[in-house]
Write a protein that binds this ligand. Structure first.
Ligand SMILES: N[C@@H](CCC(=O)N[C@@H](CS)C(=O)NCC(=O)O)C(=O)O
Length: 236
């Protein structure tokens, strides 16, 4: 390994997913799509990242955080762009879909994982799985309080469980309508948008956690087929 080796830091995986963080999985999926060689490193917490969040990368002695900034940087650095053929309109739609997922649907998943008591009992051992049991016992309630504050700051945490389910269901229904009968969001070949959608939806669909939003995905056969298609192409 040289100092110009690309190192990618991501949160732990579980249930067959390489990471239970949609942002980390987005980057992992995009790297597979772009065919960029890298070293993948699991971290127990996101705190060593330049923004205190995961994922982040290290290359040539520099650290860079935020999945979107990282993808933009790697696109430039390696000259590989799965979105090269997109029209201006499709590029606009790609930003809108990404915002729907990263800034809204993501928070409904966080709410389901961290605020639902039964889900939390399962999820805490996964998300904090890289820590020793005594550290996990202390850090668990602190981390949960921190996430509750984030949810309230965002606004998602102000809603009832039923309202969160309705918000997430609406997002999922919109994604199904945009995908329609196409194999990929922008037609015949996968683009970054497919990585964004896959990483978020599979993190709701696959884990053994209760969620109305998971039921909403199950009600959309084209989305379920899309998840299977993405997995077969990039994770078989
Ligand atoms: N905009 C960032 C969001 C990253 C993010 O929120 N990561 C979560 C894990 S899914 C995290 O590290 N959360 C820790 C925290 O907020 O304290 C990106 O696209 O990478």
């Amino acid at each position: 390994m040289t100092s110009s080796t690309l190192k990618v830091h991501h949160l732990p995986g579980a249930w067959g997913l390489p990471t239970v963080s949609p942002f980390c999985l987005k980057l992992d999926a995009w790297l597979r799509m772009a065919g960029i060689e890298h070293e993948s490193l699991t971290v127990a917490t996101p705190f060593a990242g330049p923004k205190g969040k995961a994922p982040w990368i290290e290359i040539g002695g520099h650290k860079l955080g935020d999945s979107t900034f990282i993808i933009a940087y790697l696109t430039q650095r390696y000259g590989v762009d799965p979105d090269a053929e997109l029209t201006t309109e499709q590029r606009g739609m790609a930003v809108a879909i990404q915002r729907l997922i990263d800034e809204n649907l993501y928070w409904t998943m966080v709410h389901d994982r961290w605020m639902n008591e039964s889900n939390w009992r399962t999820f805490r051992d996964v998300v904090l799985g890289g820590l020793s049991v005594p550290v996990r016992r202390v850090l668990g309630p602190i981390a949960r309080r921190g996430v509750r504050k984030q949810l309230e700051g965002h606004g998602m945490g102000k809603h009832s469980i039923e309202e969160v389910a309705a918000i997430g269901t609406r997002d999922v229904t919109a994604l199904a309508a945009i995908l329609g009968p196409k194999p990929w969001f922008f037609g015949g070949e996968p683009t970054s948008t497919d990585a964004v959608v896959y990483a978020q939806l599979i993190n709701i669909w696959h884990p053994p956690l209760e969620s109305e939003i998971k039921r909403a995905i199950g009600a959309q056969p084209n989305l379920v087929a899309f998840l299977d298609r993405f997995k077969a192409r990039f994770y078989s």
